[in-house]
Design a protein around this ligand. Sequence first.
Ligand code: 3Y8
Ligand code: NAP
Length: 249
Amino acid sequence: MPHLLILGGTTEASALAAAVAARGVRATLSYAGRTAHPRAQPVPVRVGGFGGVAGLAAWLRAEQVTHVVDATHPFAAQISANAVAAAAQASVPIIALTRPPWHAGAGDRWTHVADLDAAVAALDGPPRRVMLALGRMHVERFTARPQHHYLLRFVDAPERAPALPHHRLVIDRGPFTAAADQRLLQAHGTELIVCKNAGGDGAAAKLVAARALGLAVLMIDRPALPPRRTCESVPAVLDWLDHATDRGV
Ligand code: 3Y8
Ligand code: NAP
């Protein structure tokens, strides 16, 4: 009796949950618990950390998980490393459902930086109107650059106001649309967008809007992820599930 663990938190994870529910495959979708009201899912959901590699391996054994799909965000490097190690310890096959990185197109004004620290460093210089499209978890890093007028977008309202002297905070969860993001950027007078190379459609709207408005983008490249089998579509996961089951792994 298969039991699929989907490590979630992305549009792709939700699409996979819908597909396996429609097939009647037993699955559990797992959230870290970063947001107050995660999207409802058509499969059972668990929320919260597992307790490192050992905790995840123990969970896989206790719940008799037969397949793991890491459908987490490309910047969720810790859980992805833990999942590879825990799946190996528990002898459970694993595949990552990911999405290709975005690439600059005609008319894009992108500057690539390696990580968050490099993005903060790149914001030296005179005050500008900057959209930090990074969510809540890393905003405090930008107190090192207090001169800018920031546009922030969080999923949930924070307990206390961000410690950036000049900021406007929008509470909204994606997926976003290019038209709405263009209106938001124009209303703020944004000159520069700072974002992660998340890929996918759920967060691309601001890039389409930036291109239309001729705005600069500071694109944070993805962190290194461990070697693992990967695919880029729900059908590819379903095909893997069929064959992994056939192979008896
Ligand atoms: C808790 C689950 C779905 C999944 C929706 C995708 C798209 C909308 C775009 C911007 C960028 C950002 C952020 C973003 C997007 C999708 C997807 C995606 C970016 C939810 C969700 C959880 C999270 C966690 C949250 C982080 C934050 C990052 C906001 C649910 C809505 C900026 C990433 O307040 C916080 O602490 C938020 C933390 C991690 C990054 C950060 O560092 O702050 N996602 N986002 C997951 C969990 O607990 O395991 O609440 O339903 C999921 C989605 N967010 O099923 O519809 O597929 O990526 N999420 C980024 O890409 O840079 C927003 O504003 O333009
Ligand atoms: P992370 O840094 O890779 O993981 C930190 C710790 O959070 C993990 O070691 C694990 O705790 C716990 N964790 C992370 N994802 C989990 C999950 N799906 N289920 C159970 N525990 C999880 O992760 P993150 O970058 O904070 O991302 C957290 C969640 O938000 C993920 O589901 C991710 O898909 C989603 N998300 C993140 C981003 C982003 O920009 N990082 C964007 C969109 C969505 P233990 O060690 O205790 O097991």
